[in-house]
Ligand binder design. Structure first.
Ligand code: ADP
Ligand code: MG
Length: 256
């Protein structure tokens, strides 16, 4: 059965999508079978995977509302070589339309259930909110990967997320745990960044991944080419960090 991980942080622009796309592609490079779920109406993970979000008539929206089965929604990422459940702005409507449906938090979990055996990893790129969509991501997952920038307010935001994860664990998904915190867009010359990074290690110990993703312009350029950064420029520091992170994930799941 697949290890299902939600990549979550309610802040926008912290590197969730970059982490989701690059981890997916890096895991494929390491021989893993991967499904990436784009759970954000912005569709950035879809575009970054080389799939035109405007061209898709069946998306995660249709999946969540039970209008299409997973097999109809799934597409191959031509660049990343993983499979993708794409999304686009249609998904913004799902939030409202799901409210009256039964098991509204569990719709993604149910949709994935029968297919999870086909993959080693299912990665869910969550939107920047603690909304019903994110809740679906957290209910479908065995664990959460939290990308974060090492800045002062990052720690404050983290406590909201940790509380939400605790509530979901208590009420909706007993399997859910924090797999780890991933330091991203790291600038080693920034003293505050180093301090926050050290604080994270103190508070969260082993939950902080060893891999650290530096700020790297090649990672930021890759999405406009529809290519995951790890493939766009394999020699770039950012690409190498995500390859190391994928390796660490493969090791870590053996201990789960
Ligand atoms: P989120 O999904 O959390 O909103 P993104 O992954 O879209 O965040 O990242 C926000 C912006 O930062 C994007 O423009 C992305 O290309 C850029 N970015 C992400 N990670 C890095 C990095 N390590 N170095 C440089 N730019 C990055
Ligand atoms: Mg995103």
């Amino acid at each position: 059965m697949a290890h299902i991980f939600a990549i979550a942080n309610q802040k926008g622009g912290v590197g969730k999508t970059t982490t989701a796309v690059n981890l997916a592609a890096a895991l494929v490079q390491q021989g893993q079978r991967v499904l990436l779920v784009d759970l954000d109406p912005q569709g950035n993970a879809t575009m970054g995977s080389g799939v035109d979000k405007r061209s898709r008539s069946a998306t995660v929206y249709h999946l969540l509302l039970g209008l299409q089965p997973l097999a109809q929604v799934r597409v191959d990422s031509p660049t990343g070589k993983y499979q993708l459940l794409p999304s686009n702005r249609d998904l913004a409507g799902a939030e409202v339309e799901m409210v009256d449906l039964d098991g509204r938090e569990l719709r993604l979990k149910r949709a994935l259930q029968e297919y999870a055996g086909n993959y080693d990893f299912v990665l869910i790129d969550c939107p920047p909110s603690l909304s019903l969509l994110t809740l679906n991501g957290l209910c479908a997952a065995h664990g959460v990967i939290i990308p974060m920038q090492c800045e002062y307010y990052a720690l404050e935001g983290l406590s909201d997320l940790v509380n939400t994860i605790k509530k979901v664990h208590a009420n909706l998904n007993r399997e859910l745990k924090i797999i780890g915190l991933l330091r991203v867009m790291f600038d080693p010359r920034n003293t505050l960044g180093q301090q926050v990074s050290a604080q994270l290690e103190q508070h969260f110990g082993d939950k902080v991944f060893r891999a650290v993703v530096p700020r790297n312009v090649r990672l930021a350029e890759a999405p406009s080419h529809g290519v995951p950064g790890v493939l766009f420029d394999r020699s770039a520091k950012g690409a190498q960090a995500y390859m190391a992170f994928a390796q660490e994930m493969v090791e870590r799941v053996r201990t789960l």
